[in-house]
Design a protein around this ligand. Structure first.
Ligand SMILES: Nc1ncnc2c1ncn2[C@@H]1O[C@H](COP(=O)(O)OP(=O)(O)O)[C@@H](O)[C@H]1O
Ligand SMILES: O=C(OP(=O)(O)O)[C@H](O)COP(=O)(O)O
Length: 400
């Protein structure tokens, strides 16, 4: 466990401006937050600081807006859900730096909570520029990072700020690291990992280390299409990053050398439209129609994945197997989630799953409570699993 200061070390903070980095990158359907797990997990930190009389200033990102304001990635859309979960008034400022933020902070009383606009509306956030970090730092006396799920990003609000002021781990940051160490520090073998989802370009690189740590890697979701295409399979209009074919091939070679089995889909459920109830059919993975996209792995693939879950003593899972938000493309994810839950309940499996959408998918399947541990983190959790130092955690340990 890294040595960092926690909220236990934060006394006498009444009236202090505490900048709290949280992860509010939550799933949204039809403009409404569809899974509040990440908000629920950071609520204890926010409440504790507020009860101690601090002025609690929340920093967060939402989506990937590329350094400019985008209306549907405004945190004003998330603020009502934060207020509902906390059952406490949460003010909102339409910028995270400059006079808009400063004025809102000047109006705060002790114990108040203020949410600042999406940090990624500024280019300096992801670039972690000294100028932007200094602007953010003007708004606080103390930095608390409770966004474990964004700790693999060395951004201004996850890493830079800790160089400007005393920095502490929030309750969720602390709990996540403790739980992962307990559950996966020395995992029982065989270890099976499932990686799916849509963030192919940001997650594919970490698979080359992951295959050295696990006995089998099941690849589903949008990630699978990239691997299939790399093997010369025509994936039609599926979500696929063709320019990552070489990376995918190298990962397959590394897995072979490491003795890690790779499990790719044998069949897929395809549709021509990305909408609920769209006409769909199950096809062999080598017969994907050119005008269709794979939106879920097919029944043969699910049976194979469930067999691997049965063989596993430890399961780590990030990324849904299909576009689970729209029926019937949730079938594979729900089936695998239910099977992993059964094996866990029977005491045969330690199951650890993480990621904003993965948690939402497990909740959708009704089995999140049956998993051994559910992390709020996806990419950060996988990087932790690789044994990588997470910049957002490392900087807390070095903070004075
Ligand atoms: N075959 C697919 N085609 C398109 N999108 C997919 C497919 N499979 C999964 N997805 C999408 O992946 C998203 C989740 O991916 P990701 O963000 O990587 O997961 P997490 O948030 O759990 O880390 C979901 O919105 C889901 O609809
Ligand atoms: O949702 C997140 O990560 P996840 O999809 O890996 O769970 C985090 O908020 C990080 O977001 P990012 O991958 O856009 O940096």
């Amino acid at each position: 466990m890294p040595a960092f200061k926690t909220l236990d070390d934060l006394t006498d903070i009444a009236g202090k401006r505490v900048l709290v980095r949280v992860d509010l990158n939550v799933p949204v359907t039809d403009g409404k937050v569809s899974d509040t797990t990440r908000i629920e997990r950071v609520a204890p930190t926010i409440k504790e600081l507020s009860e101690k009389g601090a002025k609690v200033i929340l920093l967060a990102h939402f989506g990937r807006p590329k350094g400019e304001p985008v209306a549907d990635q405004s945190l004003s859309l998330i603020a009502p859900a934060v207020e509902e979960v906390l059952d406490q008034k949460v003010a909102f400022a339409a910028d995270c730096i400059g006079p808009v933020a400063a004025d809102a902070i000047a109006r705060m009383e002790n114990g108040d909570i203020l949410l600042l606009e999406n940090t990624r509306f500024h280019k300096g956030e992801e670039k972690n520029t000294p100028e932007f970090t200094a602007e953010l730092a003007k708004n606080g006396d103390i930095f608390v990072n409770d966004a474990f799920s964004a700790a693999h990003r060395a951004h201004a609000s996850t890493e830079g700020l800790a160089h400007h002021m005393p920095a502490y781990a929030g309750r969720t940051m602390q709990a996540e690291l403790e739980a992962l160490e307990k559950g996966l520090g020395n995992p029982a073998r065989p270890v099976v990992a499932i990686v799916g989802g849509a963030k192919v370009s940001t997650k594919i690189d970490l698979l080359s280390n992951l295959v050295k740590k696990v006995d089998a890697l099941v690849i589903g979701g949008g990630m699978a299409n990239t691997f299939l295409a790399a093997q010369g399979i025509d994936v039609g209009k599926s979500l696929c990053e063709h320019d990552l074919a070489e990376t995918a091939k190298q990962i397959l070679a590394t897995a072979k050398d490491a003795g890690c089995a790779i499990v790719l889909p044998e069949d897929g459920v395809v549709a021509r439209e990305f909408k609920a109830g769209a006409d769909n059919e199950t096809v062999d993975i080598k017969a994907i129609p050119a005008d269709a996209m794979v939106l879920d792995v097919g029944p043969k693939s699910v049976a194979a994945i469930n067999d691997w879950i049965s063989k596993a003593s430890t399961l780590v899972w990030n990324g849904p197997l299909g576009a689970f938000e729209i029926a019937p493309f949730d079938a594979a994810t729900v089936s695998a989630a239910k099977h992993a839950a059964e094996e866990t309940r029977a005491g045969k499996l330690v199951s650890v799953a993480g990621g904003g959408d993965t948690v939402s998918a497990l909740n959708h399947a009704g089995v999140a409570d049956d998993f051994s541990y559910v992390s709020t983190a996806g990419g950060a959790f996988l990087e932790w699993m690789e044994g990588k130092e997470l910049p957002g955690v490392a900087v807390l340990s070095s903070s004075k």
